[in-house]
Ligand binder design. Structure first.
Ligand code: ADP
Ligand code: NA
Length: 339
């Protein structure tokens, strides 16, 4: 079998929250730590995607640095994994252009995220930006330029991965040989963390109330305070019922997700163990569990974010490795189209 190439990316648009960590980033570290020796792991801070909406330049610069420090703090190793800023590797944009010349605008227009983000602006095409429309093509280029065989994604991204597969297969058909690798989805067990203030919605950086999310830099006090004020319900007893009791069930999920041996104790069992306890005590248990999961990350982050030399070196090393990886595909593609 050909060696695996795993690729994933995240936007550098703020300190990641607990949902980003438990739902995506923790999986990146696990993949790295459990990878076969011949597996390549490529993780990108996709800053070019971040500018599909208007960003304050100084804020974005700060976020890019902080996000890089955070990827190291969660346990990614810049020697084992390729960790880099997308904008440092121009091959992503070059492949995007070449793929754009094959991509169907009809297909892009049917993308759920495009439809959602542009709902209500339909008659105002001056406000609809080309970058937002075509970013799935850049996303496809991110994946295809490294010949990724496996892409870990949340289910909100499954449609875009399908687009990457279609574009790879379509390109190969036009060229008449297999130059691009159609990637497989790497399904991670769905871990969705809900908002602490509105548990019917997922925890998100775009939620107005900052108390609805726990950041990986939050102090023990902040974590305790946010969980203490988390919305639950006034029904009797402790049961795991995400439909009817989303707030309480989210807290039980957090106990499950932060437990390193979580495979052994499911949420229903946890709920049984907690039955009879006052909600205040349960919330304290959740806060302790979350603090234990976050503390080592927060402490490593605080040391790393002060160390510009280390961060710059690691980013330069990542850029070098990613450039080398991307060049291999790009030269084949350019050759295939006559460039
Ligand atoms: P946000 O919704 O905060 O803007 P993003 O859309 O940038 O987060 O998501 C970055 C990554 O984190 C994606 O892989 C996404 O699936 C994952 N993710 C985001 N929010 C959650 C959540 N609440 N629970 C689990 N995973 C999440
Ligand atoms: Na989002």
């Amino acid at each position: 079998p050909t060696p695996k190439v795993i690729f994933s990316g995240i936007q550098p648009t703020g300190i990641p929250h607990l949902g980003n960590y438990l739902g995506a980033l923790k999986q990146w570290v696990k993949l790295q730590n459990e990878a076969a020796p011949d597996t390549t792991l490529i993780y990108s801070l996709v800053d070019l995607h971040a500018i599909t909406i208007q960003q304050d330049p100084d804020q974005l610069r700060k976020w890019r640095k902080e996000s890089f420090a955070m990827l190291l703090a969660i346990g990614l190793d810049p020697e084992r994994s390729t960790i880099f800023h997308q904008s440092h590797v121009p091959a992503h944009c070059e492949l995007m252009w070449i793929l754009s010349c094959q991509a169907s605008t009809g297909y892009l227009a049917r993308m759920t995220q495009w439809k959602e983000k542009t709902a209500g602006e339909k008659d105002n095409s001056a406000k609809l930006k080309l970058g937002l429309f075509s970013y799935p093509v850049l996303q496809a280029a991110d994946i295809l330029v490294h010949g990724a065989t496996h892409v870990p994604v949340g289910h909100d991204q499954a449609q875009h991965l399908e687009f990457s597969r279609q574009i790879a297969n379509g390109f190969n058909t036009v060229i008449g040989r297999n130059v691009l690798v159609a990637p497989e989805t790497l399904i991670s067990p769905a871990k969705r963390v809900m908002s602490l203030k509105d548990p019917s919605a997922k925890m998100s950086k775009s939620h107005k109330d900052a108390k609805s999310r726990i950041l990986l830099t939050d102090t023990e006090e902040e974590i305790g305070e946010k969980i203490k004020k988390a919305m639950t319900d006034s029904l009797d007893g402790i049961t795991y019922d995400p439909e009817r009791r989303p707030g309480l069930s989210n807290l039980i999920d957090l106990l499950h997700y932060t437990d390193e041996d979580a495979s052994k104790i499911d949420q229903v069992t946890i709920a049984k163990e907690l039955s009879g306890m006052p909600l205040r005590i349960i919330k304290e248990k959740v806060a302790t569990a979350v603090e234990s999961a976050i503390r080592p990350i927060r402490e490593r982050y605080q040391a790393l974010v002060e160390n510009d030399a280390l961060l710059n070196d690691a980013a330069a090393r990542g850029c070098e490795k990613a450039t080398e990886s991307a060049a291999k595909t790009l030269v084949k593609i350019k050759n295939a189209v006559g460039l």
